[in-house]
Design a binder for this molecule. Structure first.
Ligand code: NAD
Length: 248
């Protein structure tokens, strides 16, 4: 198994891409902490994969520290962090997003990386066996669509932070990479499309993906397993589009 006995935290692991990542990590032998705002969802996934659930908001420093503390208390360490939890404003004109929504999108998508870095990097350094941080970014940070200006900005920030962190943390063998999915049919889909989820609207979005479909949780999970495992030990600072050619 590719992640045998590795210890991983997956934020937003209660649904969507995060659930797919948590499931595949467990299938590859990892001990998985499923962290989510929605404790019922996290508990369901954790029970099904033999992992641990924790309720927490990734934009709150104490909650993020509790996720890392749980890994140490229960599994005696940590090897992999997947910063997956994310949110968006509804697709629409640039002036229609209010300040509260803007602040929330930045807190969940960007400040979360600040908190997780503060919680996991000191531990990785103490353990002395490196670590793998995987940020779930988006094609929106590479080739943005109109209507999601502020959300796209958060993913641009995630991409830049991924590259900077990779360089700064390389001497500790802490690898930092990003996975950049194209649109997928998760809980965020309608907000991304900004209109009702109909076959016609889906077809419009799929038309810009050369391989002709949306991304699936298993596509994102496969990329995460690769970036987490030792086979990718020389990869850091990579922004990996999982996008059927959308950004090519
Ligand atoms: N779905 C897409 O089209 C798409 C495309 C590119 C990137 N992404 C990114 O993928 C990641 C996962 O999104 P998804 O599409 O699976 O969404 P989703 O809404 O299906 O799942 C997100 C999960 O994160 C949890 N969550 C939300 N805010 C949280 C918080 N503050 N703290 C802890 N947990 C929180 C939710 O409860 C949910 O279980 C996000 O970072 C998103 O930006 C999604």
């Amino acid at each position: 198994m590719r992640l045998h006995k590795k210890i991983a935290i997956v934020t937003g692991g209660g649904g969507g891409f995060g659930e797919g990542i948590a499931r595949m990590f467990a299938a590859e032998g990892a001990h998985v902490i499923v962290a989510d705002l929605d404790i019922a969802a996290a508990t369901r996934v954790a029970a099904e994969i033999g992992g641990l659930a924790i309720q927490g908001d990734v934009s709150v420093g104490a909650d993020v520290q509790a996720m890392v503390d749980l890994a140490v208390a229960h599994y005696d360490g940590l090897d992999i962090v997947v910063n997956n939890a994310g949110t968006t404003h509804r697709n629409g004109p640039i002036l229609d997003v209010d300040e509260e929504t803007f602040d929330r999108v930045y807190a969940v998508n960007v400040k979360s990386l600040y908190w997780m870095t503060h919680s996991c990097v000191p531990l990785f350094r103490r353990q002395g066996r490196g670590g793998s941080i995987i940020n779930i970014s988006s094609t929106a940070g590479i080739r943005p669509r109109p209507g999601l200006v502020w959300y796209n900005g958060t993913k641009g920030a995630v991409n830049t932070m991924t590259q900077c962190m990779a360089i700064e943390l390389a001497p500790d063998n802490i690898r930092v990479n990003a996975v950049c999915p194209v649109i997928g049919a998760t809980g965020l889909l309608e907000s991304f499309m900004g209109q009702a989820d109909t076959p016609e609207i889906r077809a419009k979005f799929v038309a810009s993906v050369p391989l002709g479909r949306m991304s699936k949780p298993s596509d994102i999970a496969n990329a995460c397993v690769f970036l987490a495992e030792d086979q990718s030990s020389f990869l850091t600072g990579v922004l990996l589009p999982v996008d059927g050619g959308r950004t090519a």
